[in-house]
Design a binder for this molecule. Structure first.
Ligand code: SAH
Length: 407
C-alpha cells in the first residue's frame, strides 16, 4: 500500500491523504469548499468513496479536511482547520446552524418550519436538513454525508433536544447513482407516519416528506409568499406551479378576490386543496386545477387575472441545459405578460442554480419586449436567510425572482 504520510510536515490526524498540484490551493485559501479532480496531484491509492481525507498543498502544508468522492468534485471541504470529523464536530456545526436560525427569529409557534442546514451555506457541503414542527428531514447529496448519516442523526438529536420526535432520511434521488449505495428513504429516529401540521408565518400546512417532492415543502419561498400577501388584496390571483399551494393560502389571507392554483401533478393539486382547507375551510374563493401550465395559460382570456405567480421547477439542472431553459423562461413569461390585466403584477421565479440572476432577468426582459407591454420591476427577490449563501461559494445562490408591474 502506497502511503505518503511520512512526506508531510505536520500530519496529526489519521485520515488518508490527497495532495494538490502546485498553486491549486489558491481557491482553498479563499475558503472555496470544493476541490476539483484536476487539482489533485497524488492520493493514497486505497481511498474509499465517502471517507474523510486530509488535503495538503504541493509543499506539504495542511490546507483542508473533507469528504472524498469520485467525480469532478473530488473533495467537499468540511473544515479548513486540522480537526477530527467526530461527534463533536457534527454537534458544533449543527449547533451553529441552529443558533443562526434562532437569532433571525425563525423558531416560534407561528413558524416552526425552516431549513436548518443549507449545504455549503452552513459549512456542510452535500447536506440539507429541513425542519417541520417535530420532524427533521435529512437529504444527502454526497457519499460522505450518506456515510455520516447516523452521526448526523445523533448530533441532531443532541442539538434539537426533546422538540425533535422524528428524523426521516430522504436521499434516494439525490445521491450520485454511480456510487450505487442502495440508499433507502427511511426513518432514522421516531417514525410517526401520520401527517403532522407545520406552520409558516402563522399559516398551516401538511408537510409530506414521504410522498412529496424534495423534503416535502418549499420553505425557500417563505419571505416571497409574505410579500405576495401584501399585494393580493382584491386581486384575481393565478398561482401557476402551485405544488403544495403556499402562495395560494397567503394570497387568501391577503384578501384576494379569487385564487386559482394550477399544477400538472394531481397529487400537488390535492395537497394544495388540503392546505387551503385547513387555513380557510369552505372558502369558495379558491379552486385548483391539474393542468399543464402552457395549456392553461393558452386557454384563459386576457385580463382574467391581475396577479400571476410563476414558480416553475428548475428548467436547467446542469450547464448543458442553460440555453433551452432560458428559452423556456422567456416563453412562459411572455404568455403571462400577454394575458395579465392592465395594472397587474407578476411574481416570476427561477430556482435553477446554473442560471444567473442576470441571465434570468434578460429572459424576462425579452419576454416583456415580445409582449410590447410597459413593464417595471418592483422587487428583486432571492432566497431567505435560512438558505444562507457562503460568501466564498457564490454558487450557493440559486433562487431568484422578479416582481413586475405590467401596464
Ligand atoms: N410554487 C411552489 C413550488 C413549485 S415546484 C411552492 O411555493 O411550494 C414546481 C411545480 O411545478 C411542481 O409541483 C410540479 O408538479 C409543477 N410542474 C412541473 N411541470 C409543470 C407543467 N408543465 N405545468 C404545470 N405544472 C408543472
Amino acid at each position: 500500500m502506497y502511503h505518503f504520510n511520512s512526506l508531510l510536515k505536520h500530519h496529526n490526524m489519521n485520515y488518508k491523504i490527497i495532495k494538490l498540484k502546485p498553486k491549486k490551493e489558491e481557491s482553498l485559501r479563499r475558503f472555496h469548499p470544493w476541490i476539483f479532480s484536476g487539482a489533485v496531484q497524488q492520493k493514497d491509492n486505497d481511498l474509499t468513496e465517502g471517507e474523510v481525507v486530509s488535503v495538503y498543498t504541493a509543499s506539504n502544508e495542511f490546507i483542508a479536511v473533507g469528504h472524498y468522492q469520485i467525480g469532478s468534485i473530488e473533495v467537499r471541504v468540511l473544515s479548513f482547520e486540522e480537526e477530527e470529523i467526530n461527534p463533536d464536530f457534527w454537534k458544533k456545526r449543527l449547533n451553529s446552524a441552529l443558533e443562526l436560525r434562532k437569532s433571525i427569529g425563525l423558531l416560534s409557534a407561528d413558524n416552526n418550519s425552516y431549513r436548518l442546514v443549507h449545504g455549503e451555506g452552513d459549512g456542510l457541503p452535500g447536506l440539507i436538513i429541513d425542519i417541520y414542527a417535530e420532524t427533521a428531514v435529512i437529504q444527502s447529496h454526497s457519499v460522505g454525508m450518506h456515510e455520516s448519516r447516523m452521526m448526523i442523526c445523533d448530533a441532531l438529536k443532541a442539538v434539537m433536544g426533546t422538540t425533535l420526535k422524528n428524523i426521516y432520511y430522504k436521499s434516494e434521488t439525490t445521491l450520485p447513482y454511480k456510487a450505487n449505495l442502495g440508499a433507502e428513504n427511511e426513518y432514522l429516529f421516531g417514525g410517526k407516519d401520520v401527517a403532522e401540521i407545520a406552520s409558516e408565518n402563522g399559516l398551516k400546512f401538511y408537510p409530506d416528506w414521504v410522498k412529496g417532492q424534495k423534503t416535502g415543502f418549499f420553505v425557500d419561498q417563505r419571505d416571497n409568499r409574505a410579500l405576495l400577501e401584501r399585494y393580493a388584496k382584491d386581486r384575481s390571483v393565478l398561482n401557476m406551479f402551485c405544488y403544495t399551494g403556499g402562495f395560494s393560502f397567503y394570497a387568501m389571507r391577503g384578501n384576494a378576490k379569487v385564487v386559482h392554483s394550477v399544477d400538472s401533478s394531481s397529487k400537488a393539486v390535492m395537497l394544495t386543496n388540503k392546505n387551503v382547507e385547513i387555513n380557510f375551510p369552505d372558502d369558495k374563493r379558491h379552486e385548483a386545477f391539474a393542468e399543464d401550465a402552457f395549456k392553461y395559460l393558452g386557454n384563459i382570456n386576457k385580463g382574467d387575472y391581475d396577479l400571476i405567480i410563476l414558480d416553475p421547477p428548475a428548467f436547467a439542472k446542469h450547464r448543458g441545459a442553460i440555453k433551452n431553459a432560458l428559452q423556456g423562461y422567456k416563453r412562459l413569461n411572455a404568455v403571462a405578460f400577454d394575458k395579465i390585466a392592465p395594472g397587474g403584477i407578476v411574481f416570476t421565479f427561477s430556482c435553477s442554480q446554473v442560471i444567473t440572476k442576470e441571465a434570468f432577468r434578460l429572459a424576462v426582459f425579452s419576454a416583456a419586449a415580445m409582449s410590447g407591454r410597459k413593464v417595471r420591476i418592483l422587487h428583486q427577490l432571492s432566497q431567505p436567510a435560512d438558505h444562507p449563501i457562503n460568501i466564498y461559494h457564490p454558487e450557493g445562490e440559486y433562487l431568484k425572482g422578479l416582481v413586475l408591474y405590467v401596464e
